[in-house]
Design a protein around this ligand. Structure first.
Ligand code: AHM
Ligand code: MG
Length: 365
C-alpha cells in the first residue's frame, strides 16, 4: 500500500479480507466528473471533456515544473507580458500547454490568458468538440517564485459562450462576463504535492495528483473554509501606501487580545494560489489592496479574483474589493485589475467595515 488514508477514515481493505488495490476507494477526477455529469439529464459530455483537457495540461505543466532546474525553464524569456511584467520561461510554457490542450479538445472557442494581450479564438481550427465554452486563465500564477522552488499555481475560469455569438469567430467581448456567470472555476497548486481544486457551483472538491499513476484522486471532498481564521496574508511592505482604513484593520489584527484570538498570524508566500489554498484550508484572509503605485490593486479580475471568488463563496467564504462583491463587478476589459479581499467570511466582512470607515459595524470579534 502507498499509505493512503481514506477521507472517511475507514480501513482501505476490501470486504473479502484482501487488501484493495493501490487506489483503495479513491475516486479519480475523471470518475468524479462523469458521475457528476450523469446527474444532468441533458448533458452532452462537452463540459466533462473540457475539464479533462484542463487537467491534462496541468499534468504536463506539473511534469515540466518538477524538472525545472534540469531542463531549461528557469529565468525570464526576456519579454514583458501585456501587464508590463517580466515573462518567465515557465509562464510562456504553461500558456502554450493550456492553449494547445484546449485547442486539441475543441470544446473551447475563446481563451483569455494573462500571458496574451488579446483573447485567442480557437474554434476555426478545432477538429472536434462544440466550442461552446470560454476559458480564462492565469497559466502560472506567482511565477517569480519558480526559480527559488516556491509553490506556484494555475487559475482557470469557465464561461459559456452567450447566445448570439458565433463559435467559429467569437467576438472577444463574449469573454467580458461578470463572475456570477462562471460555469466553473478552479486552480492547480504545484506545491509539496500537486492539487487541483474546482467548483461548478455545487461545492468545492480537491484532488491530489498521484504522480506514480498520473491521476488526480479525490482527497478533499466538499471543502469548507472556517468562517473565522487566524491568518492574514498581505504584502505589508506597502503598509505606508495603504489607505487609512486598511492600516487600521492591520493594526487591529495585530493587537493583543487572547479572547478574540489576536494577534492574528501573518503568512505571505507571494504566490496567490498558495496563499489562497492555505487560507482556504486553515481559515484566513488574503488581501491585495490598492496601493499608491497600483491604485487598482495588482491582481486581475478575470483571471484571479473571479475564479477564486467563486471557489471562496462555494466553500462558505467571501470575496470583495472592499466595497463590492467581486463576482458582481462588471468587467470592462480582459486584463482589468481589482483590489481583492478574499477568504473567511467574517474576516472579509471586517476588512470591508474598516475600509468603509465603520469598523464598529463588524464588532464584536
Ligand atoms: P502574477 O500573476 O504575475 O504571478 O502576479 C500575481 C502575484 C500573486 O501570485 C502574488 O500574491 C502577488 O503577485 C505578489 O505580489 P507582490 O510581490 O507585490 O506582493
Ligand atoms: Mg497571477
Amino acid at each position: 500500500m502507498t499509505g493512503y488514508t481514506r477521507p472517511d477514515g475507514a480501513s482501505s481493505h476490501a470486504g473479502d479480507g484482501s487488501p484493495e488495490g493501490e487506489l483503495g476507494t479513491f475516486k479519480t477526477l475523471e470518475q468524479f466528473i462523469i458521475e457528476r455529469q450523469d446527474s444532468f439529464p441533458h448533458s452532452t459530455g462537452a463540459f466533462s471533456r473540457l475539464l479533462r483537457d484542463i487537467s491534462l495540461a496541468a499534468k504536463i505543466v506539473n511534469r515540466d515544473m518538477r524538472r525545472a532546474g534540469l531542463i531549461d525553464v528557469y529565468g525570464s524569456t526576456g519579454e514583458t507580458n501585456v501587464q508590463g511584467e517580466v515573462q518567465q520561461k515557465m509562464d510562456a510554457l504553461a500558456h502554450r500547454e493550456f492553449v494547445q490542450a484546449l485547442r486539441r479538445g475543441g470544446e473551447c472557442c475563446l481563451i483569455g490568458s494573462e500571458e496574451h494581450a488579446e483573447a485567442i479564438p480557437l474554434s476555426s481550427v478545432s477538429q472536434e468538440g462544440d466550442g461552446q465554452y470560454i476559458v480564462l486563465l492565469d497559466p502560472l500564477d506567482g511565477s517569480s517564485n519558480i526559480d527559488v522552488n516556491v509553490s506556484v499555481g494555475t487559475i482557470f475560469s469557465i464561461y459559456r459562450l452567450p447566445d448570439g455569438y458565433d463559435e467559429e469567430k467569437p467576438d472577444p467581448k463574449a469573454a467580458l462576463q461578470s463572475g456570477t456567470e462562471q460555469v466553473a472555476a478552479g486552480y492547480i497548486v504545484y506545491g509539496s504535492s500537486t492539487m487541483l481544486v474546482y467548483t461548478t457551483g455545487n461545492g468545492v472538491n480537491g484532488f491530489t495528483l498521484d504522480p506514480s499513476i498520473g491521476e488526480f484522486l479525490l482527497s478533499h471532498p466538499d471543502l469548507q473554509t472556517p468562517d473565522r481564521g487566524r491568518i492574514f496574508s498581505i504584502n505589508s511592505g506597502y503598509y505606508h501606501s495603504f489607505e487609512g482604513g486598511l492600516r487600521e484593520y492591520l493594526d487591529w489584527l495585530q493587537q493583543q487580545d487572547p479572547e478574540t484570538n489576536r494577534p492574528a498570524k501573518t503568512r505571505y508566500i507571494g504566490s496567490f494560489v498558495s496563499d489562497f489554498h492555505r487560507n482556504l484550508l486553515k481559515g484566513g484572509i488574503y488581501m491585495y489592496p490598492a496601493t499608491e503605485g497600483s491604485p487598482e490593486g495588482k491582481l486581475r479580475l478575470m483571471y484571479e479574483a473571479n475564479p477564486m471568488g467563486f471557489i471562496a463563496e462555494e466553500a462558505g467564504g467571501a470575496a470583495s474589493d472592499g466595497h463590492t462583491r467581486i463576482l458582481e463587478k462588471s468587467p470592462e476589459k480582459l486584463h482589468q485589475r481589482t483590489p481583492l479581499f478574499i477568504g473567511s467570511k467574517e474576516m472579509v466582512r471586517r476588512a470591508e467595515a474598516f475600509l468603509q470607515g465603520e469598523p464598529e459595524r463588524a464588532m464584536p470579534a
